[in-house]
Write a protein that binds this ligand. Structure first.
Ligand SMILES: Cc1cc2nc3c(=O)[nH]c(=O)nc-3n(C[C@H](O)[C@H](O)[C@H](O)COP(=O)(O)O)c2cc1C
Length: 193
């Protein structure tokens, strides 16, 4: 796995864009889940609009940090039925890494927040899933059955949530933590198998 590159011992990166903070809250929940797994640790990176010039994202430090990680969890708010422009600029910038197959066989997952319970968040997750597939990554789905306590909106493809007046529900937060645990645990299994 990731031959020829230095991959840090079960480091999982959580990279996301957030304008008003709810996607950031969810990123925090995922990182908390990762950190609760023995031997795993999370690094969180917020995509900054300051790294985008004329639509192009550039930050070599961020790209190196992601490449050194064993797994990457991608997050964006749902904007107009898709990822935010800032996330797309970042995703486009990963094309150089794609060409060199730098992220081949890492684990991946995705999360999004919308303002509506059914505000096309699935389109956002499907885009993130496609990005991970292009990089040859192993997609980790949500395994929790829907209830009022976890996976409130009942999606499996990725973590789909809704912010109400800028706040996530406890159930959304718990689903984030569970996804972090699952990504870190599967990343560990993949290298030891
Ligand atoms: C430009 C824009 C477009 C949006 N489009 C959608 C949408 O298509 N579906 C939806 O459910 N919510 C939509 N929202 C609501 C955001 O997804 C929601 O407020 C989310 O919590 C923002 O994430 P953040 O707090 O991390 O910035 C939109 C918000 C903005 C500003």
């Amino acid at each position: 796995m990731n031959q020829g590159r230095v991959v840090k011992n079960n480091q999982i990166a959580v990279i996301y864009y957030s304008a008003s903070g709810s996607t950031e809250q969810l990123a925090g929940a995922i990182a908390e889940g990762v950190d609760s797994v023995a031997g795993a640790h999370a690094v969180s990176v917020k995509i900054s609009g300051k790294d985008i010039h004329e639509g192009r994202y550039t930050n070599d430090e961020v790209m190196s940090l992601l490449t050194e990680s064993r797994g990457i969890v991608f997050g964006s708010p749902t904007y107009m039925g898709g990822v935010a422009a800032q996330f797309k600029a970042f995703a486009d910038a990963t094309s150089e890494l794609w060409y060199r197959r730098e992220w081949l066989d890492k684990v991946a997952s995705g999360f999004t927040v919308g303002g509506s319970p059914s505000g096309e968040q699935m389109s956002t997750i499907q885009y993130i899933q496609t990005l991970a597939a292009q990089h040859g990554m192993h997609w980790v789905a949500v395994d929790a059955l829907r209830s009022e306590h976890i996976n409130r909106l009942g999606a499996s493809s990725g973590l789909i949530t809704q912010s109400v007046q800028g706040e996530l529900s406890v159930a959304d937060y718990e689903t984030g933590k569970a996804l972090g645990v699952r990504v870190a645990s599967l990343a560990e299994k993949l290298v030891s198998s």
